[in-house]
Design a protein around this ligand. Structure first.
Ligand SMILES: NC(=O)C1=CN([C@@H]2O[C@H](COP(=O)(O)OP(=O)(O)OC[C@H]3O[C@@H](n4cnc5c(N)ncnc54)[C@H](O)[C@@H]3O)[C@@H](O)[C@H]2O)C=CC1
Ligand SMILES: O=C(O)[C@@H]1CCC=N1
Length: 259
């Protein structure tokens, strides 16, 4: 299988290309990567080009990984080919119409792709075959894990939930570290404490495979220090702030479609 990534030097496109090679799914020579500037220097054995049409001709699977605002300028046709878009807010119908193929998938990774831990939901147009789905799973699993979901509405919502990747946990980490430093902790110690706490939490939730709400309840029922912290955060509007943030992210995701 030859994979072409339009925007292959970017954050997500580059992470996908490097993961495919590092994980042994593809050799460098099985990749064509396009960019607008000079090739970045990594994956020197891949074919680097500025020409999207050349990329499409060489590829069995074409990954669209440019920013939504750059999508209208992409000059490419891919009649009948499998196209996988990772772009936020660009619909299956728009991609199918522009590229001349019904074999279109929308996948929504996140920046943890850089460390092989993206969660990537994806949805497929009607003409996508079982063999195409196997190809999509190979891409998704190169950068982490994922699920096929039933509708584009779910992808549009997940764009502002899991697509944001490390952003919300990093926001929480920033607030925790700021408070620790305000209480006199050395910044390096505060940072290490919070980052290790996030890593440990992820591992614990994964290992226990239980609803995170159960973990919260266990601490509330313990009625110690943590329960006081949780209840004060909730009373100050923690859940409402999260819901408001997700609402704003969803609105932006939907607004991109009309842009
Ligand atoms: N960064 C993230 O956390 C996530 C990004 N996405 C989506 O992935 C897509 C790519 O995002 P990033 O990698 O973050 O952006 P990026 O800006 O890092 O990469 C996009 C790359 O596309 C290149 N490009 C633009 N026009 C081009 C053209 N005509 N031919 C060849 N290359 C071209 C740019 O030079 C750039 O290197 C976006 O549509 C975004 O919505 C989805 C989920 C998460
Ligand atoms: O913030 C963004 O627009 C990109 C797409 C989804 C997550 N990151």
């Amino acid at each position: 299988m030859h994979v072409g990534i339009i925007g292959g030097n970017g954050w997500i496109g580059g992470a996908l290309a490097r993961a495919l090679v590092a994980g042994g799914s593809l050799g460098e020579a099985d990749l064509t990567l396009s960019c607008r500037s000079a090739p970045p220097g990594w994956l020197p054995g891949a074919r680097w080009t500025r020409d999207s049409r050349e990329l499409a001709e060489r590829s069995d699977v074409i990954v669209l990984s440019v920013r939504p605002q750059d999508w209208p300028a992409i000059d490419v046709a891919a009649p009948g080919k499998l196209v996988v878009s990772v772009m936020a807010g660009v619909s299956l119908a728009d991609i199918a119409g522009r590229l001349g193929t019904g074999r279109v998938v929308r996948a929504l990774p996140n920046a943890a792709a850089e460390v092989g831990r993206s969660y990537t939901p994806w949805t497929a147009a009607a003409e996508v075959t079982e063999a195409d789905r196997a190809a999509v799973r190979l891409l998704v699993e190169a950068i982490g894990s994922g699920d096929e979901v039933g509708s584009e509405a779910e992808i549009d919502y997940m764009t502002g939930l899991s697509g944001t990747g490390p952003a919300y946990p990093a926001l929480l980490a920033t607030a925790l570290i700021a408070d620790a430093v305000a209480h006199g902790l050395p910044p390096a110690v505060a940072r290490r404490a919070v980052v290790e706490m996030l890593i440990g939490t992820g591992r614990l939730l994964e290992a226990k495979d239980e609803d995170p709400a159960e973990t919260v309840k266990a601490f509330v029922d313990y009625r110690g220090v943590t329960a006081e912290g949780i209840e004060a955060m909730r009373a100050a509007g923690f859940d409402a702030a999260v819901a408001k943030g997700l609402g704003a992210a969803l609105a932006k995701s939907l607004a991109l479609q009309g842009a």
